[in-house]
Design a protein around this ligand. Structure first.
Ligand code: LLP
Length: 446
């Protein structure tokens, strides 16, 4: 009989009674204190990942890391990222406002977006943001005009779509020719964009950006993209009037969601990328650019664990066993969106055999509201605690209030300390945007 596939990282410890400990905190203590469901972010692992990016980049003449805040963002989390010496990538006025509310130095923030609104750009310029990545033709005009109006000259990069298609889910591929993002190399749109931006008096063009996709395991596509970008970088400097100093490779490294996943170590990725950029700089006869990266998932993904309480079970003989929990697609839509897999364990029964196959369903009124299908677990019952692993990235940041389900609390856990990064939503929070039209204001029937 199989035994529970208990995770073996340092961060997840199994106590002798078979229950999981996160950063030294027993899951039952965490749930008692903060309620269920609960997202637990393990601080040491996040710091370790930030340092792995920064240390390896130390081998390269000059580099910068921007944490991709779309993966997970709260004001407190911004403080941690800034302490670790990383900048921040934001993709909306909302993400920027969170960073500013946390006191994050705007100089170290870079803004993205394929449909930036005037409100996004205005907040970016007024706050003195470090860099804006121009994504499309209309933005060249609108940003230049707005900068003129506000009497400033923002540093900008041009987002290039290098025509590379890594092997990952199609929703998170972004570097291929058929993409809504950036200026394509193929067909000359990127070259045209460089010429136009160089000619704009209110824009200071400092470099190029690309993002080929997310949850990528192979190192080769990053290195091929780096060479392709450097070739264009050299051409833009030599022939198109650009004076670049930065190349931003846009993050995208994958993480392990299940025991079968074996992503490269951060250090190996960064070393490979640095080498590829240095080699390409030599090949194309240019000085190595300031090498920037924008990791999100590989900083926070593995560091998050979501704890749920089983509310009910249903066994359909010969078909499927459902265990329904007190959360689901509202706090983690990744299965519903991408059929993404996450390892699931019975967090207080880690020493028990896993003899039953379960599908873990969420609480929303929708059959697609699943967290996992066909996972080996003990014979579950209502009240059991399930831990869904690797939920630090793209879960809370993509959460919704479908069925007016409140978003869970998020805590930051470190040995000896655990505190809220975000409190659980209340019924009042759920109603806070509602207005009653005057003609409906009277209670009861007219
Ligand atoms: N830079 C840009 C411009 C991006 O669009 C992204 C991610 C990143 C950096 C960070 O990529 P990472 O290092 O996290 O792979 N919701 C999806 C992932 C969407 C990724 C979007 N862009 C998921 O749950 O898998």
């Amino acid at each position: 009989m199989k035994t529970m596939n208990a995770p073996t990282d340092d961060i997840y410890r199994v106590a002798p009674d078979g229950s999981m400990q996160l950063a030294g905190h027993a899951v039952s203590d965490l749930l008692e204190k903060f309620g269920s469901p609960l997202i637990v972010m393990i601080e040491d692992l996040i710091r370790q990942n930030c340092r792995a990016y920064r240390q390896k980049f130390d081998d390269y003449p000059e580099s910068r890391i921007y944490y991709a805040s779309k993966a997970f963002l709260t004001t407190g989390f911004c403080r941690l990222i800034e302490q670790e010496g990383l900048g921040l990538d934001v993709a909306s006025a909302g993400e920027l406002a969170t960073a500013l509310a946390a006191g994050f130095n705007p100089e170290n923030i870079i803004m993205h977006g394929n449909a930036k609104t005037l409100q996004d750009l205005r907040l970016a310029l007024e706050s003195g943001i470090g860099r804006i990545v121009i994504d499309n033709s209309a933005e060249i005009e609108s940003l230049n005009d707005l900068a003129g109006l506000l009497d400033c000259r923002p540093r900008v990069l041009i987002r290039v779509t290098p025509g590379i298609k890594p092997s990952t889910h199609e929703y998170v591929q972004t570097g291929q020719v058929d993409s809504k993002f950036g200026f394509n190399l193929e067909g000359g749109a990127a070259a045209e964009a460089v010429k136009r931006v160089v000619a704009k008096s209110n824009l200071k063009l400092v470099g190029l950006h690309c993002h080929i996709g997310s949850q990528i395991f192979a190192l080769k596509p990053f290195q091929v993209a780096a060479r392709t970008m450097l070739e264009f970088y050299a051409r833009a400097c030599n022939d198109l009037g650009a004076q670049f100093s930065e190349l931003n490779m846009g993050g995208g490294l994958g993480i392990n969601y299940t025991p079968g996943d074996h992503p490269p170590a951060i250090g190996d990725h960064v070393a490979g990328l640095s080498r590829a950029v240095l080699a390409a700089a030599r090949e194309f006869g240019i000085a190595p650019p300031i090498l920037c990266d924008e990791p999100g998932r590989s900083i926070v993904g593995r560091a998050g664990v979501t704890l749920y309480t089983v509310q009910s079970t249903k066994k359909i003989e010969g078909i499927r066993n459902y265990a329904s929990v007190d959360g689901g697609m509202t706090d983690n839509p990744r299965y519903a969106l991408y059929q993404a897999k996450h390892q699931v364990v019975a967090a207080k029964r880690l020493n028990e055999p896993v003899d039953t196959v379960w599908s873990i369903s969420g609480r929303c009124c929708e059959s697609g509201d699943m967290l996992a299908r066909d996972v080996d677990l003990p014979n579950l019952k209502a009240g059991d605690i399930l831990a869904v692993l690797s939920t630090g990235a793209y879960t809370y940041s993509m959460a919704s209030n479908y069925n007016r389900v409140a978003r869970p609390a998020v805590v930051l856990a470190t040995p000896g300390m655990v505190e809220l990064l975000a409190r659980r939503e209340t019924d009042q929070d759920l109603n806070r945007l509602d207005q009653i039209p005057t003609w409906l204001a009277q209670i009861g029937k007219p």
